[in-house]
Write a protein that binds this ligand. Structure first.
Ligand SMILES: *[C@@H]1O[C@H](CO)[C@@H](O)[C@H](O)[C@H]1NC(C)=O
Ligand SMILES: *[C@@H]1O[C@H](CO)[C@@H](O)[C@H](O)[C@H]1NC(C)=O
Ligand SMILES: *[C@@H]1O[C@H](CO)[C@@H](O)[C@H](O)[C@H]1NC(C)=O
Length: 357
């Protein structure tokens, strides 16, 4: 096992077997298995060594100065921000000639089929999940009392990915309810939305997560952290599914408030540093942030939602696709496929022909 780790580390140091990133600066450990082992290790010496090898020393401002043609003039940043905003504010209208999904509310499976059995199994599994356990770390983070016990694994109270499963739960239960109209699942999923809403209200900024916002400080500072936007995407997607499939208006309000919070965060990164700095931070996995924000924009029509969606498009990757460059091998699939799906959503919503290629 140790030999394997050494081999992995060596191959990463030599640049073999690593996932590619868009910038020339390797800022992240690309293997999730390895990263998990590293982040959960208590060997501080090992951690420090690895971070020093893979990352810019987080506090080393001079490294930044050498790497980035720093924009000295604050007004320039604000100008490009304003231009980007203006370009996106009046998007092209899409032709709307797309296949339409049949609503899950109108589809029922044949009870003698294996598919119905599979659906039943899934329903029974979802019903086994406990509301207090699901929201345990959200309550903890919000400073509310925490009845029940937290789940383990990647939902464990010390896992940096905690909360993402709850986002999946919100999506799965909304889809299950639309497909079965099982009242018990509806009560449970509504209870989860209400409990999360109480956490969001308690925190008061719009932030809603099972881990503290300090993880986003690290994300923005290009310090090691495990994919916080990946989890935020799952929660936003879950809330939107609760709204679109189960008519839960509170869920939409919560999603909008969350997005206000993250819009301000990203805006601060761009104003305080540069848009390049924001794009550099996107080398850490961000799930389908662009996809869910384009969906939100299609519901709200709020140009802020469109701007933020665009800022999660990851141009250094989509640009390669747009010019059909044969250079995409080696990119981490779970990071980049959601971005392609988001690009499709962008095309469906804005009709931007660049995204059709
Ligand atoms: C911690 O990591 C260092 C550097 O890789 C290694 O030399 C040391 O043996 C490790 N300590 C423990 C207790 O595993
Ligand atoms: C929901 O589904 C479970 C599992 O199939 C079933 O036992 C229960 O009766 C259903 N509840 C309602 C209210 O339909
Ligand atoms: C960025 O700017 C905002 C508002 O202008 C400020 O509150 C925040 O502390 C700044 N953050 C950093 C990391 O400079």
């Amino acid at each position: 096992m140790k030999g394997l780790v050494v081999l992995v580390v060596l191959s990463m140091l030599c640049g073999f077997g690593t996932s590619k990133e868009c910038t020339n600066t390797p800022t992240q450990l690309s293997s999730h298995t390895f990263r998990y082992a590293l982040l959960s290790s208590e060997n501080e010496t090992w951690k420090e060594e690895m971070f020093a090898h893979y990352h810019l020393t987080p506090t080393d401002d001079s490294a930044w100065a050498n790497l980035l043609p720093r924009k000295i003039l604050r007004e320039e940043d604000e100008y490009s921000w304003a231009m980007m905003y203006r370009n996106l504010k009046s998007p092209l209208k899409s032709s709307g000639n797309f296949l339409k999904e049949v609503s899950l509310h109108n589809v029922r499976l044949d009870p003698s089929s294996i598919h119905w059995q599979a659906q039943q199994t899934n329903l029974e599994y979802l019903l086994m999940l406990d509301v207090d356990s699901l929201v345990w770390s959200f309550r903890k983070t919000a400073g509310l009392s925490t009845p029940g016990t937290a789940y383990g694994g990647w939902e464990a109270p010390n896992s940096e990915l905690r909360g993402h499963f709850v986002g999946h739960y919100l999506s799965a239960s909304a889809q299950m309810w639309a497909s079965t109209r099982n009242d018990t699942i509806e009560k449970k999923m509504s209870a989860v939305v209400s409990a999360l809403s109480a956490c969001q209200v308690k925190m008061g900024s719009g932030y809603l997560s099972a881990f503290p916002s300090e993880l986003f400080d690290r994300f923005e500072a290009i310090k090691p952290v495990w994919a916080p936007y990946y989890t935020i995407h799952k929660i936003l997607a879950g809330l939107l599914d609760q709204y679109t499939l189960a008519d839960n208006a509170q869920a939409l309000k919560m999603a909008k408030w969350m997005v206000d919070y993250f819009y301000n965060r990203v805006r601060n990164v761009i104003i305080n540093y540069s848009v390049e700095r924001h794009y550099l931070s996107l080398n850490e996995e961000t799930g389908g942030m662009n996809d869910v924000l384009y969906k939100l924009f299609s519901i709200t029509g709020d140009p802020k939602h469109l701007v933020l969606a665009h800022l999660f498009d990851k141009p250094c990757f989509l640009g390669l696709l747009a010019v059909q460059a044969d250079d995409i091998s080696g990119f981490h699939a779970n990071t980049h496929i959601p971005i392609v799906i988001g690009a499709q959503m962008r095309y469906e919503i804005t009709g931007d022909p660049l995204y059709k290629v």
